[in-house]
Ligand binder design. Structure first.
Ligand code: 4AD
Ligand code: MG
Length: 461
């Protein structure tokens, strides 16, 4: 096949080129006297390249039948464009028609709603908006690896199939090879010894517990992969399958943990501002008018840090009507989180030291015996974007806490073991990757930042 140049490279060339080959899809085509103007896009960037097809081309009649969505290979010379807003155009010497899209192709020029585009999730990455969103997703994935690598973190792969419910919220998707129509049972209960793993298994809700084992061996590590939660909450912020970035650091307390989390969030925001400017421009224009301010504000402000107790005080004093009750000991709801970050502080806020009863077993108990060394980072429009903690490294305290929570200790023997041999203070956090994308693009529904969203009653594509 002839080598092609991608449009994102071509548009930034600084001089004309005699022969270029561009391969892509037709966005629009219109005829003028003796010419056709064809806008071609290859997905490498938002911008199209304009192709001028002269009626002297052999297959000019076929070229005039090119429809939106058709695929072409264009070779020609790169010339300065007299048109406004574009530096280059291609004067075609040859246009090979790779395929013609029939007229019923759904992505014609008109704009479609996000709801409709979800029903054609196999085609939506071809639209300007979704193309931009998924280019940003790619850029941010790479930036996450770069952030950690530059700071000496090791990348580890934690298992997706698991026997433990890390967060203890009972949201595990069960995995089984048992015959659902004919389950083996003993005394009326399913006999999992006959199952593939010989016991109950599920899809992981978090890689944290495995990551901790590696932090206690390699020092600073992170995992970045898919996680699964069978929460039946049909909100715009929850997906059943989402990606999480989870660093875990040995010899690290809650303050260090918050420092790294805030630094990472700023770093990733800066990357988007710098490397994705053209795509961000689209979101700022059509999706969220305040997006650029949000980005700038995140970069230039010091995040606020307050304890859970202070957060409750502020919320109680606010005159705002909330749907959910505010009470010490209850978890903060998204509406509370958003009030704190959007209206009260007007910048990202880190809330720490939550009551132990609303947090998982692994968080380190504070000296007050009431709160744990937990932290959540809240950002405008989203609420919680990061959740983390210092981990309970003291064997006795951890064991007592697990008993108090009625956990099956025998299943966590290996986790407890790590607190017997060379236990050290350590901390980590989880960044919800889709929530980060929502934050940095202004997209308001999690279903629109993940290629093929999985939510209750929806596993199409
Ligand atoms: O606060 P979470 O539940 O924390 C953990 O899973 C810890 N084990 C992380 C750690 O310390 N290593 O989840 C972390 C983040 C949340 O702050 C949120 O951004 C995101 O994951 N998240 C979800 N994103 C999309 N859909 C869901 N259902 C999510 N649940 C959590
Ligand atoms: Mg959380």
């Amino acid at each position: 096949m002839t080598k092609r140049i991608k449009i994102n490279k071509l548009l930034y060339l600084d001089k004309t080129v005699d022969k270029v080959v561009v391969k892509g899809w037709v966005k629009t085509r219109r005829s003028a006297k003796g010419f056709s103007f064809i806008e071609v896009n290859d997905g490498s960037c938002l911008k199209n390249i304009q192709v001028i097809a002269d009626n002297s081309l052999d297959n000019y009649d076929d070229i005039c039948r090119l429809t939106t969505g058709s695929a072409v290979a264009v070779s020609g010379s790169l010339a300065e464009s007299p048109g406004k807003g574009q530096k280059w155009e291609i004067s075609a010497k040859n246009i090979e028609i790779i395929s013609i899209a029939p007229e019923d192709y759904l992505l014609q020029k008109k704009r479609h709603s996000d709801e409709f585009l979800r029903t054609i999730a196999h085609l939506r990455p071809r639209t300007n908006k979704y193309g931009a969103a998924f280019r940003i997703r790619s850029e941010l994935s790479y930036a996450i690896h770069k952030f950690f690598r530059d700071r000496g973190f090791r990348y580890i792969h934690t298992p997706i199939l698991t026997g433990s419910d890390c967060e203890g919220a009972g949201e595990l998707f069960q995995v089984t090879t048992l015959d659902m129509e004919n389950m083996p049972s003993i005394n009326g209960k399913t006999d999992y010894s006959a199952d593939f793993f010989g016991k109950e298994a599920g899809l992981t809700v978090s890689g944290q517990l495995s990551a901790e084992m590696f932090a206690l061996a390699l020092g600073d590590v992170y995992t970045f992969g898919p996680t699964f939660r069978a929460e039946n909450s049909n909100t715009s912020r929850h997906a059943a399958e989402f990606w999480m970035v989870e660093p875990e650091m040995a010899f690290c307390d809650l303050d260090d943990d918050m420092d790294v989390a805030e630094e990472m969030l700023k770093y990733l925001t800066g990357i988007v501002q710098k490397n994705c400017a053209e795509d961000i421009e689209l979101f700022a224009k059509f999706v969220d008018k305040k997006l650029k301010d949000t980005i700038q504000n995140t970069l230039s402000s010091d995040f606020e840090r307050i304890s859970y107790k202070e957060a409750i005080n502020i919320l109680e004093k606010s005159k705002k009507k909330f749907e959910y009750e505010i009470k010490y000991g209850k978890d903060l709801q998204t509406e509370h989180e958003r009030y704190l970050t959007e209206e009260y502080f007007k910048k990202p806020v880190t809330v720490y030291n939550y009551p132990k009863d609303i947090k998982p077993f692994y968080m380190r108990l504070n000296d007050d015996n009431m709160t744990v060394a937990a932290m959540d980072i809240l950002v405008p429009r989203i609420g919680e974007i990061i959740g983390g903690s210092q981990r309970e490294e003291r064997f006795d305290v951890l064991e007592a806490r697990m008993r108090e929570m009625d956990m099956p200790l025998q299943d966590y023997w290996w986790y407890l073991d790590s607190r017997k041999y060379g236990s050290v203070p350590h901390s980590g956090f989880g960044l919800g990757f889709e929530r980060l994308l929502m934050f940095l693009t202004g997209i308001s529904n999690i279903r629109d930042v993940i290629p093929f969203p999985r939510t209750p009653k929806n596993i199409e594509f």
